[in-house]
Design a protein around this ligand. Structure first.
Ligand code: DGJ
Length: 726
């Protein structure tokens, strides 16, 4: 890892792992992008952009003859001075002029990785890291833009963010400040993103990049199940194991825009950042604004190469480190067993059976504080309903702890309902627009987290449950999008920044809670995976992936999330059959196999299971517990399969001594029963024993020929193979 600065040639280059990133300050004033991709030993100047004078374009003072801003590869493009493609920066000066032109001033390399004030971000930890700081200024506007590029020893990642400073005498208004902008010279590319909806998250969308702008976004206040704040540009036909991938992922949990523009000449500009719609930030003289962080990930080894980098980065440099190396507890969650109808008797019975099955944590989900058995009441008051649970949460926790299990509790801290005592006392604490009845979502309004008194109330309320070790684990839910995004605590000129301030408020609460109670494991949840993003992962070491617990659908959902998140961060539960969401019946074995590589839990009424089923569950838990330690840090891969009737995943030890591979046959379909399933991450020169059959294979055979599997008359049939090097 290194950063080199060549002031004679106006070139700065970052090298890390197997990637390089190169910038140039043309004429010492225009900051342009030169290269991002497979590592270079050093950069001598290859690939200078084909600057060409284009008619019907603008002219600029530049030593390069005939420069045209129409296709100038600006590193952080601003609108209004001749570059008409998607801008990374739009700021308004007093008087309404919506143009700024920050020009290059200087750059320097800094040891380490700066934290982002008030925002979640990757950190270096004990790993050597370096950061390039580039300073650009527009003295007329009084705007300084500082661009940051961080690299970590051994990771093919560049982490970027910007800080904007008002260094003049006029108030500026920021309308658009993207976290990253990336130029790729003309070439055919495909665009991959993850789309979905509630209970059907993280589906792949892939299409050729066409001329013009392609974008995905969230304007829902949260990062949303509709689109993950991520996209990747792929070389055409890139697979799980081959081809080039340029990915961007935003460390942020709110409105975002991710877009790529292929201009008329085929050059590509890709950007990710806070969505400019509904965003406006007043920057008074002396004030600064920091963008969320964007992660740039380059892989020359297809999508698995990209995932390996994201997984390592997020495990070692983003999620709470207290839990990164800790074995995740096998849990029993009460939701699908009890829904809102919780009772001490049920809790005790479930906890007893969970303990017998070897589970380690009982999570009391929704219902414990509700005046009735629905989502209509009590949100915001957070008083246990002692008619349901005499003795309150303390008693429930005691019962669970007495069984030798840890105790987890569900909250939806951000929500408040109209009938709550809290709302009667503080109607202003809900986001609302004066004169409009706020819009309900799941019978709830949202608290105005921009208010310090609301943040204090929530931090204190959560602390009252967490102190003294009563609660070991929080499921932090959030079940509606943001509407009525207006805070009466702020004046008119600051209303367009409220969605972002809400997030800053949320992050502050999470920061305070995790600092005060570092041993409490938080599971992020938002009606499933609606706010599963790197921003939340910074505080919540795991995330409930979907309210859909059907193992069949989970193959797609977990496969999608696995593109980005390490399996240990993806909550996967074995639930009852027929499945409550889809009505589909699958075997207990298939449900377990679909969950076991991830953050394994159970979400079913153990008292309703047969003795045989409970024994099978106990066998599953006993199998999982000793192997989770290496699986949590192993290399997870998705495999290319012969046809769409199969899904194949594996986890291998980094030293290639062991590999667990799962192949799922989705349906009984004689047409789709041919083809081989190749292994990955094995040593070609070694022999391996498949422990189930005792059969010995060469690593090269497994890698180059692969396995075949029989056709089984069952939907969702799993085949399990464990290879050990001999
Ligand atoms: C939505 C979550 O995704 C579910 O798992 C459950 O916690 C319910 N909320 C409870 O209301």
């Amino acid at each position: 890892m290194s950063i080199s600065i060549d002031n004679a040639r106006n070139i700065a280059a970052l090298h890390s792992g197997t990637v390089s990133y190169v910038l140039e300050a043309v004429d010492g004033k225009y900051l342009v992008h030169r290269y991002f991709g497979r590592a270079l030993r050093a950069y001598h100047g290859c690939g200078a952009p084909a600057y060409y004078k284009r008619a019907y374009s603008t002219e600029h003072p530049c030593s390069i003859p005939n420069v045209s801003f129409d296709d100038f590869p600006f590193e952080y493009p601003a609108r209004g001075r001749g570059d008409f493609r998607i801008p990374a920066l739009e700021a308004e000066q007093s008087g309404g002029v919506r143009v700024v032109e920050p020009l290059f001033r200087s750059w320097r390399a800094i040891e380490g990785k700066p934290a982002l004030p008030g925002l979640p971000a990757t950190f270096a930890g004990d790993t050597p890291a370096q950061t390039l700081e580039v300073v650009c200024e527009d003295p007329q506007a009084g705007l300084r833009v500082l661009l940051y590029y961080s690299v970590f020893e051994g990771l093919d990642i560049v982490a970027r963010h910007q800080r904007l400073e008002n260094i003049g005498g006029q108030t500026l208004t920021l309308h658009n400040v993207q976290s990253a902008s990336l130029e790729l010279s003309a070439r055919p590319l495909e665009l991959l993103s993850l789309y979905g909806t509630h209970a059907k998250e993280a589906n792949r969308s892939r299409s050729p990049l066409h001329h013009g702008i392609q974008r995905i976004e969230s304007v829902r206040g949260g990062s949303s199940p509709q689109h993950q704040p991520f996209f990747a540009l792929l070389s055409p036909g890139a697979t799980e194991t081959a081809g080039e991938v340029y990915a961007m992922h935003l460390v942020y949990s709110g409105n975002f825009l991710a877009q790529a523009e292929a201009d008329a000449f085929g050059n590509v500009r890709a950007q990710i950042g806070i969505h400019p719609e509904g965003f406006q930030w007043e920057l008074k003289p002396g004030e600064s604004f920091t963008t969320p962080e964007a992660i740039l990930n380059y892989s020359a080894e297809g999508l698995n190469g990209m995932s390996r980098q994201f997984h390592r980065l997020y495990r070692e440099h983003l999620m709470p480190q207290r839990f990164a190396g800790l074995e995740r507890p096998v849990l029993l969650n009460s939701w699908e067993a009890m829904y809102y109808e919780v009772s001490l008797e049920k809790i005790e019975a479930q906890a007893e059976l969970a303990k017998r099955a070897g589970m380690e944590l009982f999570v009391l989900d929704d219902g414990w504080f509700r005046a009735d058995n629905s989502s209509r009441t009590s949100m915001g008051d957070w008083q246990c309903n002692e008619t349901k649970l005499p003795g309150g949460i303390r008693r429930a926790a005691e019962l669970v702890h007495a069984k030798g299990l840890k105790f987890g509790l569900w909250f939806e801290p951000e929500a408040i309902c109209k009938s709550s005592a809290l709302y009667r006392m503080h109607p202003d604490w809900a986001l609302h627009i004066p004169g409009y009845e706020p819009v309900e979502g799941r019978h709830e309004y949202l608290l105005d987290l921009t208010r310090p008194e609301v943040r204090d109330y929530l931090t204190g309320m959560l602390g009252s449950y967490l102190q003294g070790g009563m609660v070991d684990y929080i499921k932090w839910d959030m079940n509606r999008p943001l509407t009525d995004v207006c805070s009466t605590a702020f004046g008119q000129t600051r209303q367009a920044g409220i969605a972002h301030r809400y997030l800053l408020g949320l992050y502050e609460i999470l920061e305070r809670v995790t600092t005060a109670f570092p041993n409490v494991l938080i599971e992020g949840c938002s009606s499933g995976g609606a706010r599963f993003d790197p921003g939340m992962l910074y505080y919540a070491a795991q995330n409930w992936a979907s309210d859909n617990t059907d193992a069949f659908d989970r193959l797609t959902i977990q496969d999608g999330f696995s593109l980005l998140y390490p399996p240990m961060a993806i909550g996967a539960h074995v639930s009852i059959t027929p499945n409550h969401q889809t009505g589909r019946s699958t075997s207990l074995d298939a449900r377990y196999q679909a969950a076991r590589l991830f953050d394994l839990g159970y979400e079913l009424d153990l008292t309703q299971c047969s003795e045989g089923e409970r024994e099978e569950i106990a066998r599953q838990v006993a199998e999982h517990k000793p192997e989770r330690a290496w699986m949590q840090t192993g290399i997870f891969s998705r495999h290319e399969v012969p046809n769409g009737n199969y899904v194949m995943w594996s986890i291998a030890r980094p030293d290639r001594s062991e590999c667990l591979a799962l192949i799922f046959q989705k349906a009984y379909d004689p047409l789709c029963c041919h083809g081989n399933f190749k292994l990955l991450n094995l040593d070609a020169d070694a022999d391996y024993r498949e422990t189930g059959s005792g059969q010995v294979y060469g690593g090269d055979e497994l890698l180059q020929i692969g396995l075949t599997v029989p056709l089984v008359k069952e939907d969702l049939h799993p085949f399990v193979f464990r290879f050990q090097r001999i």
